[in-house]
Design a protein around this ligand. Sequence first.
Ligand code: ATP
Ligand code: MG
Length: 408
Amino acid sequence: MSRPTKRNLIATLIIIVGLAGSVLGWTYVPIILLPLIPIAAFFGVAVFFTLYPAAPALERAAFGRTAVGRPSAASRPALRLAGAAAAASPGPGPVRRPPARDTAPRPAPRASGRRSNGQAAMLPPDAVVALTEERQAAGVDEVLAALDRQLIGLIPVKSQFQQIASLLVVDRARRRFGLHAARPNLHMCFTGEPGTGKTTVALGMAELLYRLGYLDTPKIVHAMRDDLVGEYIGQTAPRTKYVLDRAMGGVLFIDEAYSLYRPDDPKDYGQECIDILLQVMENDRDKLVVVLAGYKDRMDVFFESNPGMSSRIAHHLDFAPYTLDELVAIGHKMLAEASYYLTDQAQATFRDQMATRMTQPRFANARSVRNDLERARIRHAHRLASDPAQTRSKDELMRLEPTDIQFT
Ligand SMILES: Nc1ncnc2c1ncn2[C@@H]1O[C@H](COP(=O)(O)OP(=O)(O)OP(=O)(O)O)[C@@H](O)[C@H]1O
Ligand SMILES: [Mg+2]
């Protein structure tokens, strides 16, 4: 339980005990002594509040960060992207004095970059900020590097990700000088075929927005049509609101968003859900980022039929299907992470295998690679285990042969 709540609870308990004492006292205590009971309760509460004063400002800040706030180091979880280091330093943001040519004596800018509650500190008009250091202090480069390491290819998506990061870093720097502009619209649409990295990038985006203080939490709540839209009258609004409540402060990721809209079905309640989403995307845009995901062509149709939704989406990221070379590289990366490797022959087999997979229905890009490699692990294990008497070297436990990888 949080400290202020606990404190209030104890104070309430003392008052209740005092009241109960008064009631019992009415029966059992001589009438002359009766006023002593509420007086004792009053002193009890006074002594309690003296001994346990209200939480200091820094601790309160952890309960209610402002839109521009940034969590304290203690409250920030480590970066969830693979391979990334711990959360960035909460230390002061970069502040530089103006260049030497500015000789007029000036009062020193307020020294620290961030206030103790994590909010970016205001700067006097003559201060300057170094955006590179600002990015480093917020841990932006760490998030970008982790995403770069984690995902093969996806150059256009990574470049757009960088542009969004730059927009947010500059927006923060502007606000430190008191320059007013509406908070950037951060609702997004990720289009692409299955397994092209949309969810992985959404996780990175949530981390980025959190680190820059645009979200209270880096969490993502995934939702699909069934989570949001009911089958009967009266079910849709509570379902949608429940999901929105869970996602508030973080990212709501709606997969196959176009399935919310079924114009051919007059009894469909999808429009009710869309209307609620539109309202929240507008009114709570500083508390929640909505990411819509799905196939590009179907999403385009959805936006044509729902211009209100289209106008609320600021960033469209298109995830292209992977090339054969990229799929092979993704496979090698996944194997290396799991301490396996392919023999030269197995590499050729794997490449052929992927080329065939790409032509098959239900091919799911990197997810198909992952699934095939999972099956290869099973085959490899079964091959080794089929001769239990045989001893196995470390290399054998890591090495995948063509027979392990050939499925088609
Ligand atoms: N470029 C990549 N490099 C390495 N691994 C990748 C890449 N893209 C995707 N993956 C891996 O493939 C798997 C599927 O990725 P992800 O879930 O992000 O795709 P998705 O686009 O959200 O798929 P879906 O549309 O089916 O939900 C994950 O394990 C992810 O780590
Ligand atoms: Mg996904």
